[in-house]
Ligand binder design. Structure first.
Ligand code: PEP
Length: 252
């Protein structure tokens, strides 16, 4: 049995006071439940230090939304894995479609980031997923396969399980269009089979595969009930503590 995992990607939202408000409200809701699901929040870099303080004495884990592939150096505006680690960050989102699209991140660059994150003891949340054009052209499986093979190149079996994979169909992110539970399950099953063929059965059974793309309290339960869906990477709905909390409860 894989423990369910729900991570909230705040994207470019929440200033200092809004960070305090959101985390306090979430902590308050969680304090009345003993939740088994692992829950992480991924605020923007500017809120990481504050978030790290605020989640002390709670079960919430901290994630970042990006990391640079180099350990340090002349990369103006970038943040290293070592810096993230020093703020108590445990997870880092790598390969999100918004970074692939708006910042031209390639599979090769994503692979370097994954390796760097692991070197500094961070756990990558590695995102893969096809665009609408690719789905309509019948390329969903080949696109996801390529992203997996190139993204995981050179990652050892023991390091693989530090990674959480997130299947996020690009056409479902921030659009309100969710993949149906069966559409999502089909790709999650494919990803698990792919992990089996690249690594082995044991790794494929242990690795967590999250679904992301317009997950809401109304659709979370049916998605999380699918056999190969181990939780969710939540964008828009994690900005509201009520919605995020309901999604967490759906995973229980
Ligand atoms: C995301 O950004 O990873 C995401 C899934 O966003 P949304 O839930 O808003 O579609």
């Amino acid at each position: 049995m894989r423990q369910k995992f729900v991570a909230g990607n705040w994207k470019m939202h929440k200033d200092k006071s809004e960070t305090i408000e959101l985390i306090s409200s979430l902590k308050n809701k969680l304090s009345n439940f003993s939740v088994i699901t692992e829950v992480a929040i991924c605020p923007p870099f500017t809120s990481l230090e504050l978030a790290s303080e605020l989640i002390k004495n709670s079960t919430l884990k901290l994630g970042a939304q990006n990391v640079h592939s180099e350990p340090e150096g002349a990369y103006t505006g970038e943040i290293s894995a070592k810096m993230l680690k020093s703020f108590g960050v445990e997870y880092v989102i790598i390969g999100h479609s918004e970074r692939r699209t708006y910042f031209n991140e390639s599979n090769e660059f994503i692979n370097k980031k994954i390796k760097r994150a692991i070197e500094f003891d961070l756990r990558p949340i590695f995102c893969v997923g096809e665009t609408l054009n690719e789905r309509e052209a019948g390329k969903t499986f080949s696109v996801v396969e390529e992203q997996l093979i190139l993204g995981l190149q050179g990652i050892s079996e023991s390091d693989l399980l530090k990674i959480v994979i997130a299947y996020e169909p690009v056409w479902a992110i921030g659009t309100g269009k969710t993949a149906t539970p069966l559409q999502a399950q089909e790709v999650h099953f494919f990803i698990r089979e792919k992990i089996k063929s690249i690594y082995d059965t044991k790794s494929s059974e242990k690795i967590k595969i999250l679904y992301g793309g317009s997950v809401k309290p109304e659709n979370a339960r049916d998605l999380f009930l699918q056999p190969d869906i181990d939780g969710g990477l939540i964008g828009g709905a994690c900005l509201n503590p009520d919605s995020f909390f309901k999604i967490i409860l759906s995973a229980e």
